[in-house]
Design a protein around this ligand. Structure first.
Ligand code: GLP
Length: 254
């Protein structure tokens, strides 16, 4: 199913695999049109299926990464690069090592840096020099965070250090041996950085995302729901599976 809410284009797909295939098609269309653009990637469990399809498309010859540059949204801080929960490892395992990306075109925030403010401003500069992000992929936290921009009193600006909320630490503890191992901070593209992307593709799957998706699309625009700012972006697509769309259906029916 496809429809629009304001400026936002919404695709609702039957299940996780169909959501992943749709998202991969949208990415491929963009990458074929602009093969040397800068693309923003996200981590989390949601985009894994899409990355699998992108790898398949690459193997079939339908997708060429050789000229693309990539910028990841965020990274835990501090985190060692040999910790298998670091987002660099995630991206290498799921995508970067499986396609023909030029290693020098891969950009991630360094979770081991001793100088976070320099690291973050250099990242902003690199995005700028790459001509800006043409398509940013996003997941969403159950509290509405995008990247690691947590609910707060204002929308963040540039890439910087953020404190993770209890909710996010709880949610992400499933990936670590225990909750104590989850880093308490992260480096993240800011909301302004994300909003500067030409196009945005937000993915969500599962019933536990249905309430926050409904708040994001229909609720008040507020830094308490960071993703709600997407309502004012001109080119956003949201791809959901039916479970994540449940809240939308309830809203449309009432
Ligand atoms: C992490 C990432 C986000 C991601 C979110 C949702 O906190 N920093 O970018 O969107 O998790 O993760 P999942 O897709 O596993 O629900």
């Amino acid at each position: 199913m496809f429809f629009k809410i304001g400026n936002i284009k919404i695709h609702i797909e039957k299940d996780y695999n169909a959501m992943s295939a749709r998202a991969a098609d949208i990415f491929t269309e963009a990458a074929v049109k602009n093969p040397s653009g800068a693309y923003g990637f996200a981590t989390g469990s949601t985009p894994i299926g899409m990355y699998n399809v992108l790898v398949e498309k690459y193997k079939e010859g339908a997708l060429d990464f050789s000229q693309l540059s990539t910028f990841n949204l965020d990274e835990y801080y501090p985190i060692k690069s040999d910790n298998d929960q670091c987002y660099r490892c995630f991206m290498e395992q799921r995508l970067f090592n499986l396609v023909n990306l030029n290693k020098s075109n891969i950009n991630l925030l360094n979770g081991e840096t001793g100088d976070t403010s320099r690291e973050c401003s250099a990242y902003e500069e690199k995005i700028h020099l790459a001509g800006g992000i043409v398509l940013q992929i996003l997941g969403i936290g159950t509290n509405g965070h995008i990247g690691f921009n947590e609910p707060g009193d204002y929308f963040s600006g540039a890439t910087g250090v953020v404190n993770l909320t209890k909710n996010t630490i709880d949610d992400n503890a499933r990936f670590f041996e225990n909750r104590d191992q989850v880093p308490r901070k992260a480096l993240s593209m800011g909301i302004r950085t994300i909003m500067s992307s030409k196009e945005i593709l937000l993915l969500a799957s599962g019933k536990n995302k249905s309430q926050i998706i409904s708040d994001t699309l229909f609720g008040r625009i507020t830094p308490q729901v960071p993703a709600s700012i997407l309502q004012v972006h001109r080119h956003v697509r949201v791809v959901l599976d039916e479970a994540a769309a449940e809240g939308i259906n309830n809203r449309l029916l009432t």
